[in-house]
Write a protein of this length. Structure first.
Length: 273
């Protein structure tokens, strides 16, 4: 179907219509070989509450945005390369049914369809496009994904200290590493995670310690790997006689970092059990 529609007038018109709906706030979407395969409205689990979003599936990207006037005007355009996408089917909750997670290296979030059939169709088409792209490029599936943010209403207390109760004056924050809802005292640290942002991001105290330990471990591994090279250099005397440069060498958390709150084995109520 992609080969049949590529570079056709009908495909160009459909893509142009999407670009017009996003207007000047959106990025150009027309590229040689790019095909618009389908579109639809899905409910996206946002931080405050679930909201409807328009989604467009192309053969190489997934585009979504906020709905101003359906079929006429959208904004807040987001473009996700399908090579970076991994899908995970999720169990129903009281609030949302037919859910699945779209996981990428920069952002992961949960969406739900109006019916089980619609969810199956979305997942089937997405997986087919992803498989085709990975085969075409020879890339491996993405294995590192950003943590989805736990919705604000999932808990009334900090998920790290379990003591601070949120209120109008006591704000909720999200750790960018684990996605937990935490208080300010439990998330005062910032850590640079280049995969997510060029700037240091807010992380909870537990994730901060784990990231520091991981950074130290990687630095130690690099040092050991470079040791044989240093030894070889020290044993070599250059004929020029030039000198070579020489370089110098809390309390326990109650919530485990590896708890996966989006899997069927752990329910929302287990936050407070």
């Amino acid at each position: 179907m992609v080969d049949h529609l590529a570079n056709t007038e009908i495909n160009s018109q459909r893509i142009a219509a999407v670009e017009n709906c996003f207007g000047a706030s959106g990025q150009p979407l027309a590229l040689p070989g790019r095909v618009l395969l389908g579109e639809g409205i899905l409910t996206k689990e946002c931080r405050k509450k679930p909201k409807p979003r328009i989604f467009f599936l192309f053969n190489d990207i997934l585009v979504y945005g906020s709905i101003i006037i359906n079929k006429r005007k959208y904004n807040s355009q987001h473009i996700i390369p399908l090579e970076d996408v991994t899908l995970e089917t999720l169990p129903d909750t009281l609030q949302m049914k037919n859910r699945w997670m779209i996981k990428t290296s920069k952002k992961s979030f949960v969406v739900s369809a109006a019916s089980l059939t619609e969810r199956k169709e979305w997942i089937s088409h997405l997986e087919e496009c992803i498989k085709h792209l990975l085969t075409k490029t020879g890339r491996q599936p993405c294995r590192e994904h950003a943590a989805p943010w736990i919705p604000d209403k999932a808990t009334d207390i900090c998920m790290r200290c379990t003591q601070t109760k949120f209120s109008t004056l006591t704000r909720r924050h999200h750790c960018r590493k684990c996605g937990f809802v935490v208080c300010a005292d439990c998330s005062r640290q910032r850590f640079l995670m280049p995969r997510l942002s060029p700037k240091p991001l807010r992380v909870c105290n537990l994730c901060y310690r784990q990231l520091l330990a991981q950074e130290k471990k990687e630095a130690e591994a690099d040092r050991r790997q470079a040791e044989p090279i240093r030894s070889a250099i020290q044993g070599y005397e250059p004929s020029s006689g030039d000198d070579s440069d020489k370089s110098d060498d809390d309390k326990a958390e109650q919530w485990p970092a590896d708890t996966e709150f989006y899997t069927s084995e752990v329910s929302w109520s287990s936050f407070h059990s």
